[in-house]
Design a protein around this ligand. Sequence first.
Ligand code: SF4
Length: 87
Amino acid sequence: MTYVITEACIGVKDRACVDVCPVDCIYEGEDQLYIHPDECIDCGACEPECPVTAIFPEEDVPPPQVAFVAKNKDVFASDAPPGRPQR
Ligand code: SF4
């Protein structure tokens, strides 16, 4: 299980989640932030910090957002994986 960042993050990238993640597993892509599914320890600290409610536990992702579960995973295997968040 992991937490997932969904559509509401696109164009926002508030980064409040980054500050509270104890294992630094939130990365920044061009359009949104992503949680590395193999690094997330499922602590839940990031979820209430998001001002646009973009973060959900994987099993609670709303049906219209389910594609983001795969997007958060696949982006790390892409040619341009997300990196450390820019401040
Ligand atoms: Fe980081 Fe915890 Fe959020 Fe996972 S659930 S991304 S470990 S703050």
